[in-house]
Design a protein around this ligand. Structure first.
Ligand SMILES: NC(=O)c1ccc[n+]([C@@H]2O[C@H](COP(=O)([O-])OP(=O)(O)OC[C@H]3O[C@@H](n4cnc5c(N)ncnc54)[C@H](O)[C@@H]3O)[C@@H](O)[C@H]2O)c1
Length: 250
């Protein structure tokens, strides 16, 4: 018996990195999935793998910063499964520039894809969760949403917004039996970080502050998520789950 048996989960950014890893683990735990991404081919491949392994999943092409795309995701989810129990807002983009160096266009893009998307996702999916009698939202923030880091002005602002928006939703929707928590990864080896992983000064700087002295693999960020998504965490609401190898501990 899986920890997510009978649950319908929408997972954004499921084509790669943590989103793909979450999708595979959620399926193994018994959830039926709507996997979304702006990149169709790798997203469909993740879904095909899940179906080939005996799971149930569909892929929906989506730009998480576009409201009409969210309305379509909600409609497809209701059409296919009749409800949504779980929303994993995982997709985001980063930029590594200080406030002086970032342009207004870069700021707006990061805020749209990394912060506004979470607002749009919750707005679109909350009615489906209310229809299901409750649910769980997990928003992927970052340690960048908690402590100051170098040269990440827009990304930090966006991830800080995700962190506190999660608490706002936790307060407003508890009466509908909908919980909302945020997860805060440290450095994880994914396609999204492959560029900075090639920069020894970045890796050295991050690992100096990471008590475990290593980068995480995506699955290490996936293992805690079924707990937050499932009925095992019914008393966890508005919490920040930090999974950072100890980066923010000292
Ligand atoms: N990798 C890390 O070290 C790290 C650390 C802290 C937080 N995070 C956060 O974890 C989450 C996943 O990160 P990752 O490293 O696995 O990312 P990734 O770049 O490997 O994968 C992100 C996925 O999101 C998709 N995506 C990007 N923009 C999109 C859009 N506008 N619409 C729909 N899909 C879009 C991409 O196509 C990709 O498949 C993100 O929220 C990220 O900010 C990552």
């Amino acid at each position: 018996m899986g920890r997510l048996d009978g649950k319908i989960a929408v997972i954004t950014g499921g084509a790669d990195g943590m989103g793909a890893s979450h999708s595979r683990l959620f399926s193994q735990e018994g959830a039926k999935l709507v996997v979304t991404d702006r990149r169709e081919e790798p997203g469909q491949r993740v879904v095909d793998d899940i179906v080939a392994a005996g799971g149930e999943a569909i892929f929906v092409h989506q730009d998480v910063s576009v409201e009409a795309d969210w309305e379509r995701v909600a409609a497809v989810t209701m059409d296919r499964y009749g409800k949504a129990d779980i929303l994993i807002n995982n997709a985001a983009i980063a930029s590594f520039k200080s406030a002086k160096d970032a342009t207004l266009e870069e700021w707006n893009l990061i805020m749209d894809v990394t912060a506004k998307s979470i607002f749009l996702g919750c707005k679109a999916m909350l009615p489906a969760m209310q229809a299901a009698g409750g649910g769980s939202i997990v928003n992927n923030s970052s340690i960048s949403g908690i402590v100051g880091m170098g040269a990440q002005a827009a990304y930090q602002a966006a991830k800080g917004a995700v962190r506190v928006l999660s608490k706002s939703i936790a307060v407003d929707y508890a009466k509908y039996n909908i919980r909302c928590n945020s997860i805060h990864p440290g450095v994880v080896r994914t396609r999204g970080t492959s560029r900075v992983m090639d920069d020894p000064s970045f890796v050295d700087g991050m690992l100096t502050s990471t008590i475990l002295r290593r980068v995480a693999e995506p699955i290490e960020l996936s293992y805690p998520v079924p707990f937050l998504a499932s009925d095992e965490s019914t008393y966890v609401n508005g919490a920040e789950l930090v999974v950072d190898g100890g980066y923010t501990t000292k």
